[in-house]
Design a protein around this ligand. Sequence first.
Ligand code: BG6
Length: 491
Amino acid sequence: MKASLKACDVVIFGGGGDLAMRKLLPALYHLDMDGLLAPTTRIIGASRREVSTAEYQEKIRAALDEFVPSSVGDEKTWPRFKERLSYVSVDAQQETDFSRLNDHQIGGDNRDVVFYLATSPDLFGSICSSLASHGLNAERMRVVLEKPLGRDLMSSRAINDEVMKNFNEQQAFRIDHYLGKETVQNLLAIRFGNTLFEPLWDSAHIDNVQITVSETVGVEGRWGYYDNAGAMRDMVQNHLIQLLCLVAMEPPGRMDADSVRDEKIKVLKALRPIAGANAYTKTVRGQYAKGMIKGKDVKGYFDEEGSNPNSRTETFVALRADIDNWRWAGVPFYLRTGKRLGQRYSEIVIQYKAVPHSIFSDESNRQLQRNQLIIRLQPEEKISLTVMNKVPGASEGMNLQPVDLNLSLTEAFNDKRSPEAYERLLLDVMRNDATLFMRYDEVEAAWKWVDGIMSAWSQTSERPKEYASGSWGPAASMALPIKDGRNWHDY
Ligand code: BG6
């Protein structure tokens, strides 16, 4: 990583919340540990509660004990990090409270400022307007907007319009933490740092692409939020579609914000709409029932705290997307994601076409397996390429077998800690590099596509299909690629 040694103030609205404690502060701590924060960079928690700076520092210490165990007893970084931390009580809906940020010298000495809005998106507009009325929207000040940006195209536009009244597009960093994952960036390195893959990256050579983000967790006490969103809005509209864009986009001229985003938007615009009856043949929705994960009984969606038995919110989605352009004509992109599935893993699988003709006479070799490139994001970060090989041994004749060429990032770079997604992204905001953030036209195009599917779903009396926790989702999702003569890649 390149250093971000320009001093700045990082103000976190929702500074005492779950995201701040679990992800943002641990990420900032790691950046400090790696020497990537300027000596005078400050981190300021802001929220409605009246808390002293000392109490806030204690809360963060406890969070680091839990989420960064290696920080326990770290006498080098913690004292320095603690000095950076302070707290300002600001009620996001009370404009007058924002003067406390001025009292706190936010942005003083011409510093850059990052306002991280880790709050409900309903507050984005009023926070931005109060910041502006206190002079806190100069060019060197940026806002980071956490997802979800709305729950459909209309609401997302309304939120965005409010933000844009006081900040311009260059100052708005719409975050999708999947873009900060190491292997996702490695996908760009694989595609555009090698001559090997790009000439074969098209419908002449690739049969289908599969993107799976499978989670074992359920709604984890946030039924209220989740039931209002569902897997489509929570995962597909952002994380999965962003991965699809990086796989499918044309090579950008340069690795900079507009060049990359100009290519992604073309993919989004080429996504074939799924609407009406197509929504039944091309998508599958599911809801988890009770079951067993890793030997433990787990609850069904309707047994979760706060649940409503009439909910039709999907906790699982599988779908077939098609991209209407020359490169991808006829290549299905199968996407699936769900909660309470059998295994936590995320991967992108590029399945190549079969060889056009097998020269091997042996019966067992007639069905040569196809090459596949697997980019695994989690739990482990690795890239593997399956190729056909001869089984060693004179008596084996030309007996072939698939073998994986594995690149494990942990093994290849064993002295390097793999940073969490939020580390990379926070550093990028501090450096003012928006390449891995979403421009509003991307968010809008993704909502348009998703809205079409959700509107088709809302016109049916059919409920999402039940699936047992610990399974791979509803049986119909298995059938989705099978209908096209294909299969999901097994983990
Ligand atoms: C979040 C979703 O954006 O991503 C969560 O709101 C989901 O529901 C999470 O659990 C998954 O992120 P990761 O990095 O753990 O795969």
